[in-house]
Structure formats: C-alpha cells, structure tokens
Design a protein around this ligand. Structure first.
Ligand SMILES: *Cc1c(COP(=O)(O)O)cnc(C)c1O
Length: 393
C-alpha cells in the first residue's frame, strides 16, 4: 500500500478536530506540494505573457507553456503536441467543439450515453442538435450492440468513465462502430485521465476533453485533443494570438494549436498540468493504478456487504466513483452527518439528472477516490455510514 497523503498539504488539515477523509475527488482533487510550488515559483521567477514578447521572461514562459503541452500530448498518446489545445476545463473543451461543429450539428443528432454529465449534454443542445442515447441494461452498462446508426447522427460524445457510477464505458468498441459509419467521436475523459491509461490513437477518437483540477493541477485549465482530421475546423473563439492576418473584411487563422487559443491563456494553469503529470509519472502510473484498484475494490466490497444500502451500477471495469443510498435516509442527510465526522463526500444529482431518472432517485451519496486515498479511508467511511444508520434507527 502506498500512502501519498504527506505530499498533499491540505490532507493534514483537521476538520471539526478530526482527520480529513477526502472522498470527493470526482468533484475536484487536491494538489501535491510539487504542483503548488511549480505555480508559485512560476509567478515568483518566470512569469510573463507568452508567444508575444521577444524578451527574456516571455521566452521562458512560452517555453514552459509549450513544454506542458508536450507533456500532455505524450500523456494521452499523441505524437503531435499541436493536437492539444489548452482550454478552461472539460466543460469549455466540449463547448468549443460544439461551437466549432455547430453548422454540422444544427438540426441533426448527437449520440451520447444515458450517464453523461450535463456538460456533455447541454452544449450539443445549444448547438441545435437533438440528443439520442445508447441503450443501457439494468446495471447501467451500455448495450453497444443495440446502437442504431442513422444519417442524422453527426457525432458520438461519450464519457470514458462515469462521474456517478464509476463504470468504464467500452469506448474502443464505440469508436469502431463510429469509424465504420464515418462519425466523429468525442471522449469526455474528465473521470478517466487521472485513473486509467489513455491513448487517443489507440482509442481512435477525434476529440478528447479533460480538466486539470481533477488530475491534481489547477482549476480553470482544461485539455482538448483534436485529431489531425479536424485540424481546420472553425475556431470557437476569436481574438489575439490565434490569427495569421486580420483585415476589417476578413481574417485568416494560425494553424493549431494556437488557432484555438484566442486571448491570453491560463499560463500558470497549463504549467501546473505539466507538473501534475510529472508527479504522477514519478510515482509510476502502473503503481498508482494498482493502488487505486485495491482501494476502490475494497470500498465496493464493503459497501455491497452492507445491509440496507443500495449501490448503483455494476460493471466489470470501474474506477473513481461509487454511488449509493442508505434505505430511507436522504442522501443529503447522510452527507451532512458524514461531514461532521470529517468525511467529505458529494450528495445530489452530480450534474447527471438524466441518469438519476434512470436510477429512479433524485440523488445519491458519492464517494470518489484519488491516488492518496487508502483502505483506512474506506474503513472510516464505513464507520461513518454505521453511525448514520444508528442515528436513524
Ligand atoms: C467534472 C466533469 C465534467 C465537467 O468538468 P469541469 O471541470 O467542471 O468543466 C464533465 N464531465 C465529467 C464526466 C465530469 O466528471
């Protein structure tokens, strides 16, 4: 068992005098000292705007920013850093794709799963597309064989791992179907980039979106991978830094990635993503995955053994999140009582109201894990759940 809590300053904080058991990592994860130091060192000694100046600090800042882009591109398996755009987050990445593809999507359909986060639903609706869903079984697993492709479907947009259930979706099977029908695929990797190996070329998707803040980096920074095939789509945003030539009549744009990064980007945020990738790679991705798998399986096993507790979803491949409810106890009450014991979980619909409809509940309690969680954290959660139950019996 690895215990990385000492790398994360906030995890030594006492909550109501108790040790913090942070199980809300699907909402956001904490930052290791190495990431915090990278951000503060950058502002202290290297900071300037990028790609604009010829001066010393601007060159250092530009190098660091572009170096972060290279790290991201390697981390998700592209050989070409120009396929990586820095955005403000997963939501922003998806909205940018929706905006760029608007003329194709308008009046047509986007095929998604029934477990998508609102940020993989609403942008398509704003672009004027109708939403279709891939059928699911009783345990919320996608029935890929039941996918019906029509001419109306112009994009498949699918989460790699569910932020509610933790189920890992068969994205490779989906991209294969998409390829046969020449439909582009967007993968929402907000809940997988920090847990699973990601290789966009192997997955065969055209777009992939993720957030820095869920992978131990800063807030307000996101990643958008765009395959070379889509390298000349219309930019969603216009402004400085993305143009080749501007006249009052018309404008030509730079090549990607700068084409998609109008305005001053979140420079420190991008650099923090690079530092977070370094942090994970220094520990070893395999080691992290093995550890997370042990903790996650322990949590699932203990929750499933608990009488009067319903666990939602069941897939042979799961990571990150587990959702449950205690019989006759509102999810919000469970969350409030756990909080008083220093245990941070999320309650509610988790930005996935359509999925809540399928589960037949308004909300769940969600425990979600990061590399710093341990089996002891799970045991504390289980003690907490016992106490909640006693209070209500
Ligand atoms: C968190 C999350 C998002 C949105 O990410 P932001 O960082 O809030 O933009 C999208 N999809 C999934 C699956 C998520 O978990």
């Amino acid at each position: 068992m690895i215990d990385l809590k000492n790398d994360f300053p906030i995890l030594s904080k006492k909550i109501y005098g108790k040790r913090l058991v942070y199980l809300d990592n699907a909402a956001t994860s904490h930052k290791p000292s190495s990431v915090i130091d990278t951000i503060s060192d950058f502002y202290r000694s290297d900071y300037s705007n990028i790609h604009r100046g010829v001066h010393y600090l601007s060159e250092i800042s530009s190098d660091k920013y572009e170096n972060a882009r290279k790290k991201v591109s390697k981390f998700i398996g592209t050989s070409d850093p120009s396929e990586i755009t820095f955005t403000a987050g997963t939501t922003d990445s998806i909205n940018q794709v929706a905006c760029s593809l608007k003329s194709i999507l308008k009046g047509n359909e986007v095929l998604i799963s029934g477990m998508e986060h609102h940020s993989n639903i609403v942008p398509w609706q704003l672009a004027g597309a109708k939403i279709k869903t891939i059928p699911m079984d009783d345990e919320c697993n996608l029935l890929v064989d039941s996918i019906e492709i029509t001419d109306k479907i112009k994009l498949i947009a699918i989460s790699h791992a569910s932020n509610v259930l933790g189920s890992v979706n068969p994205i490779k099977e989906i991209t294969e179907i998409a390829k046969e029908n020449d439909i582009p695929v967007l993968v929402d990797a907000a809940q997988s980039i920090q847990h699973l190996p990601l290789d966009v070329e192997e997955i065969g998707c055209d777009f992939l979106a993720a957030s820095g803040h869920k992978m131990y980096a800063a807030t307000g920074i996101g990643i958008l991978y765009t395959s070379e095939r889509f390298s000349d789509i219309m930019p969603a945003r216009g402004g400085g830094g993305m143009i080749d030539k501007v006249t009052l009549e018309s404008t030509t744009y730079l090549s990607p990635p700068l084409r998609y990064e109008a305005g001053t980007p979140n420079i420190a945020g991008a650099i923090s993503v690079g530092a977070a990738i370094d942090y994970m790679q220094d520990i070893g991705l395999d080691k992290i995955r093995r550890h997370e798998h042990k903790v996650y399986s322990h949590a699932r096993k203990r929750l499933l053994e608990t009488d009067g507790l319903k666990v939602y979803g069941n897939n042979e491949d799961m990571c990150g999140s587990i959702s449950f409810n205690l019989d006759n106890i509102h999810h919000y009450d469970t969350g409030l009582i756990l909080d008083k014991m220093g245990i941070a979980v999320r309650t509610g619909h988790h930005c996935a109201q359509p999925l809540m409809g399928s589960l037949g509940t308004e909300g769940t309690v969600r425990a979600s894990f990061a590399l710093y969680n341990t089996k002891e954290d799970v045991d504390m959660l289980m003690e907490g759940i016992e106490k909640v139950r006693m209070m209500y019996s």
